[in-house]
Design a protein around this ligand. Structure first.
Ligand SMILES: Nc1ncnc2c1ncn2[C@@H]1O[C@H](COP(=O)(O)OP(=O)(O)OP(=O)(O)O)[C@@H](O)[C@H]1O
Length: 291
């Protein structure tokens, strides 16, 4: 099937914050992620098939789909952790299907990742947790030599940006879930990522905190021109915080469009079981995109 993703202008930036990339530039920008005809199979069982996806600078894209539809697998394919059996995956100019192990490690250092369980080191300070982001792709030498003053200053500036510089010396385990996710986002930014993948980053947070974390991710997308792909289970959050929505069902991408142009009916097909006439559902979704 052919699903054509359109670049979109970002939402309005926060007051007093000028975007670093103009809307005109965004519209003509090349995608930082370009996936075509992706097929991933485990033990010859396909879990993604014919998936196309583009991510453009400055946009936040919500990835929807029922449990088991392939969202995490799609994210893993963008860092070379999924067994790709057909198609192409280009990330920040690299064709992942042709990279050696060393090159893949280098590419992963350009991909910031945020997870549902935050994945912080609980006993270490908030500052040290952020500093570990600088280790991506740097090898053991940094561990031996310790972190430079410049690294520390940058980590503190990032903590300030995400609103928890006052917690820098506290152990990560003493922070609330929402604060821990902010630390994890600062750690991802420490890598100077080209893209950010957030796999259910708000699933462990209450609705208010969930909104504030998604707002932060949206600000980062807009201000830094970094595309953010975020998987979500809560439709209203996807509607409120994303520029575009892509949706998987049974490993197929049935929905791809601007958030503002997708109706509840378009998204409902994602949560119908696969034996409820998938062809009809797929046609309905496509009818909408092609409109
Ligand atoms: N390493 C693996 N080996 C075998 N099957 C796998 C593996 N990883 C994922 N799968 C299968 O691939 C399918 C898609 O899984 P995936 O985790 O990508 O779904 P998801 O949409 O992220 O689900 P959830 O919302 O529950 O996290 C599932 O059927 C899953 O069982």
């Amino acid at each position: 099937m052919s699903v054509v993703a359109q670049p979109v202008a970002p939402v309005a930036p926060p007051v007093n914050t000028a975007p670093r990339i103009s809307t005109a530039e965004l519209r003509t920008a090349l995608p930082l992620v370009s996936v075509r005809g992706l097929r991933v199979a485990y033990d010859e069982r396909p879990v993604l098939d014919a998936v196309d996806l583009d991510l453009f600078p400055g946009e936040i894209v919500a990835l929807l789909g029922a449990s088991g539809s392939g969202k995490s697998t799609l994210m893993k394919s963008l860092t070379g952790f999924a067994p790709v059996s057909a198609g192409s995956v280009r990330v920040a100019g690299h064709d992942l299907t042709n990279l050696g192990r060393g090159e893949l490690r280098g590419l992963r250092s350009e991909v910031g990742q945020v997870f549902q369980q935050f994945n912080l080191i609980p006993r270490l300070s908030v500052l040290t947790n952020v500093l570990t982001g600088a280790l991506h792709g740097a090898g053991a030498i940094n561990l031996v030599g310790g972190f430079s003053t410049a690294h520390r200053q940058r980590a503190l500036a990032l903590l300030d940006r995400v609103g928890i510089a006052h917690k820098a010396k506290d152990p990560a385990r003493s922070l609330s879930g929402g604060q821990q996710q902010r630390v994890a986002i600062a750690r991802a930014l420490m890598q100077r990522p080209r893209i950010i993948l957030a796999d259910e980053p708000v699933a462990s947070l209450d609705p208010k905190l969930a909104g504030s974390v998604l707002e932060l991710l949206r600000e980062i997308a807009v201000e830094d021109g970094i595309p953010v792909l975020v998987s979500l289970h809560v439709l209203p959050l996807a509607r409120e915080y994303s520029d575009r929505i892509v949706g998987l069902r049974g490993g197929e991408m049935l929905v791809s469009g601007r958030t503002s142009s997708l109706s509840a009916g378009d998204l409902a097909v994602l949560y119908e079981s696969a034996d409820e006439d998938p062809d009809a559902a797929g046609e309905a979704a496509h009818a909408h995109h092609d409109a």
